[in-house]
Design a protein around this ligand. Structure first.
Ligand code: NAD
Length: 256
């Protein structure tokens, strides 16, 4: 039995992933604000420390994988805290527990949004690990009436962090693949209200065209995530894998 920590396990992609892993016989330790094995608020440094400590108390012999799905959409500075620091700081805190596994793996959820226009200064503040500055820049963007780049910025920063960290000491050299899965539009409680609004749906369909099979169900993402944290994935690391029905290929074409 593999022991796998899934954040955001109470809803959407995290919930579907936790269900699939359990069906396959793995032990899942779900982390979420509520309705989870470990209730924790990943938007704060204290919440992340408490979550990591609770995982360590439950699994003193280590964990085999982390699937980081907790995230927020919208136009609030809080999403920088959850989507970037809530993922990177928790993974950093859990790395020693992963290193105890014979076949450790980690994966996070990025987004097609990470390829869209973002705020370079905010991305740099994230990558520098400066949460205070990142939140200040995010608040300034909200105050200027330009909050729409916050979500793409949080996901662009995350994709770059994965790329750097996957080959940093303690990861590849410790046998830990670290990747991101980037969805297009997925039918979860995060996205359903947006797609229910005809004007918003039109904007999303234009920004995220999905010629292959349309919107994805959360189970589709769960299958990619579970494979990336399975022992079968021995050599993919530092990558963002687009599970997006062709959205990235359509919007970026040959220009990658
Ligand atoms: P969701 O809202 O259904 O699930 C997100 C979960 O994260 C919820 O259970 C929520 O409680 C948890 N969460 C939020 N803030 C938290 C916090 N501070 N501490 C702990 N847990 C917290 O959304 P989803 O669509 O399943 O999203 C999962 C991930 O996928 C997110 O990172 C999201 O950005 C990403 N994503 C989703 C889509 C989509 O179309 N749904 C597209 C691209 C990327």
């Amino acid at each position: 039995t593999r022991r796998i920590v899934v954040t955001g396990s109470a809803s959407g992609i995290g919930r579907a992933t936790a269900e699939l892993l359990r069906e396959r016989g793995d032990e899942v330790i779900g982390v979420d604000l509520r309705d989870a094995d470990i209730a924790a608020d990943l938007s704060t440094p204290e919440g992340r420390v408490a979550a990591a400590a609770a995982v360590a108390a439950r699994c003193p012999d280590g964990i085999d994988a982390v699937v980081a799905c907790a995230g927020l959409s919208g136009v609030t500075p809080l999403l920088v805290r959850v989507n970037y620091f809530g993922v990177t700081e928790l993974l950093t805190a859990l790395r020693p527990l992963l290193a105890k596994s014979a076949e450790p793996r980690a994966v996070v959820i990025g987004s097609i949004s990470g390829t869209m226009p973002h705020d370079a200064e905010l991305v740099e503040a994230c990558l520098a690990g400066d949460e205070q500055l990142a939140v200040k820049l995010a608040q300034a963007a909200v105050d200027r009436g330009e909050p729409r780049r916050l979500y793409p910025s949080s996901k662009a920063a995350l994709a770059r962090w994965i790329r750097r960290t996957a080959i940093a000491p303690g990861w590849a050299d410790a046998g830990i693949p670290l990747n991101a899965v980037a969805p297009g539009n997925v039918l979860t409680p995060m996205m359903l209200p947006i797609l229910d609004d005809p004007a918003m749906k039109k904007v999303m369909d234009q920004a995220v065209p999905m010629p292959l099979n349309g919107y994805a169900k959360p189970e589709v993402l769960a299958r990619a995530l579970t494979w990336l944290v399975s022992p079968e994935n021995s050599h993919i690391t530092g990558q963002t894998i687009y599970v997006d029905g062709g959205a990235e290929a359509t919007t970026r074409g040959d220009g990658v």
